[in-house]
Design a binder for this molecule. Structure first.
Ligand code: CTP
Ligand code: CA
Length: 219
């Protein structure tokens, strides 16, 4: 069903540099995005995987990886591919903020305390959502600790997503660093809860749920 479809996937963290040796980042490993890329390629889709820094590799003729560092670089790479992609999957843990200034030389310590001013990063999913066409399908992820369903539904609307894969940090074995994940899939008219599974099985569940919802796959 995914054969011949063009898919854009974001994965991994972004690193926002403070100086040539330091950055602000997060614990995302990229496993979920890479698992989705592999499953989709095995199903015959042509995958553009835009990934922040990760230790993972993926060698498949149908997967083209663009490695990026910052949210701005990730956005630029996605903007090139997004108009031609049928399916967008935003699995990256994009840093919400970046340092206002990046020093060109290593910042030296002094006796005074040190304050970093942060400015907001581009919201890749929301910005691309503004130009999403009827025939395109967008999937986002949300990692929440409180008011999970309400927040996930908010992201669905705000970012013009067709589906949000919700991870709750309350579930042991879910989220960053684990090989397993426990997800709830939130769509405009439904909520589906899944059991704790490994990330390859979770990727299959996500693809099945996309198939059930995406009108162009029903034809
Ligand atoms: N996302 C994105 N660009 C950003 C931030 C988030 O593309 N700058 C995407 C993520 O890849 C994910 C979705 O938006 O698919 C939700 O990310 P999340 O961090 O949960 O939501 P935020 O809108 O950043 O809100 P908050 O972190 O305050 O919950
Ligand atoms: Ca965020």
């Amino acid at each position: 069903m995914f054969s011949g479809k063009k898919v854009l996937i974001t994965a991994g963290p972004t690193y926002e540099p403070l100086d040539p040796v330091r950055f602000i980042g997060n614990h995302s490993t990229g496993k979920m995005g890479f698992a989705l890329a592999r499953c989709l390629a095995e199903a015959g889709a042509e995958v553009s995987l835009v990934s922040g820094p990760t230790a993972l590799t993926l060698d498949h003729a149908l997967v083209h990886i663009t490695p990026v560092m910052t949210a701005d670089e990730m956005f630029a790479a996605c903007a090139k591919v997004a108009p031609e992609a049928d399916l967008w999957i935003f699995a990256a843990a994009v840093a919400d903020y970046k340092p206002k200034d990046t020093a060109t030389s290593k910042i030296k310590k002094s006796d005074a305390s040190f304050t970093i001013e942060l400015v907001k990063n581009v919201d890749i999913a929301a910005t691309l959502g503004q130009q999403k066409r009827e025939d395109q399908f967008a999937v986002g992820f949300a990692l929440e600790t409180d008011q999970e369903l309400e927040n996930a539904r908010g992201k669905l609307l705000k970012k013009k997503l067709d589906m949000v894969v919700l991870n709750s940090l309350r579930d042991p074995g879910a989220g960053f660093k684990h090989d397993t994940n426990k997800i709830t899939i939130v769509k405009a008219a439904s909520v589906e809860e899944y059991a704790l599974k490994n990330k390859d099985e979770v990727a299959q569940d996500i693809l099945e749920s996309i198939k059930a919802e995406w009108a162009c796959l029903q034809k």
